[in-house]
Design a protein around this ligand. Structure first.
Ligand code: GLN
Length: 194
């Protein structure tokens, strides 16, 4: 199995490190031909406007859209923004996943925070009840699920959605690559395998 990580800007190294530890083959993706033969792709956190603009400059937007029509993509934080159909402002998006996202939803006062999330899909995978320690950094919220086949995977205590899946697309508001817990990465690998 060969998993790519979009490596234009942001914390792609952290994703590559976790994947390396899990033991799958990895490739950093910077050009359209880097998508060839990949089984799945991760779009990391960073700055979604910068990643989108660079993807546009490098002629990657259309190839990424075509890739997503056939293969699994997981977006973390800025990556989730790029995957979404709508962010209520003009910036390059892949528009692959039927979610509306609110950027910087936690405001400037709360730049970053950590919280223990309940993620039933991960609990099912490992048959454990262990919560997932999630790191939020100027994080977006998944404001709405805009299709019948879009499922919330995790919510904050007040019900706001921070992880969602639609078929072979996965979006998380937070950064599983910044913790030692590799369960989200393994969950994505199961999606790719599945
Ligand atoms: N605030 C960033 C954006 O809107 C996302 C932050 C992140 O990826 N940690 O693109």
């Amino acid at each position: 199995m060969l998993i790519g990580v979009l490596a234009l800007q942001g914390d792609f190294e952290e994703h590559l490190n976790i994947l390396r530890k899990i033991g799958v083959e990895i490739r950093d993706v910077r050009m359209p031909q880097d998508l060839d033969d990949l089984d799945g792709l991760i779009i990391p956190g960073g700055e979604s406007t910068t990643i989108g603009k660079l993807a546009d400059d490098f002629g990657l937007l259309e190839p990424l859209r075509r890739f997503g029509e056939a293969k699994p993509i997981w977006g973390t934080c800025a990556g989730a923004i790029l995957l979404s159909k709508d962010v209520r402002r003009a910036q390059p998006l892949l528009e692959l996943m039927d979610i509306t996202v609110e950027r910087n939803a936690f405001g400037r006062q709360v730049d970053s925070f950590e919280v223990d999330l309940k993620v039933p899909a991960l609990e099912r995978m490992d048959s454990s009840k262990q919560s997932f320690r999630a790191v939020f950094i100027r994080a977006p919220l998944i404001e709405s699920l805009d299709g019948e086949d879009v499922e919330a995977l995790s919510e904050l205590e007040d019900g706001r959605i921070v992880a969602a899946q639609q078929g072979h697309f996965l979006a998380t508001s937070f950064h599983p690559e910044l913790t030692d817990d590799d369960r989200f990465h393994r969950y994505f690998i199961h999606m790719v395998d599945g």
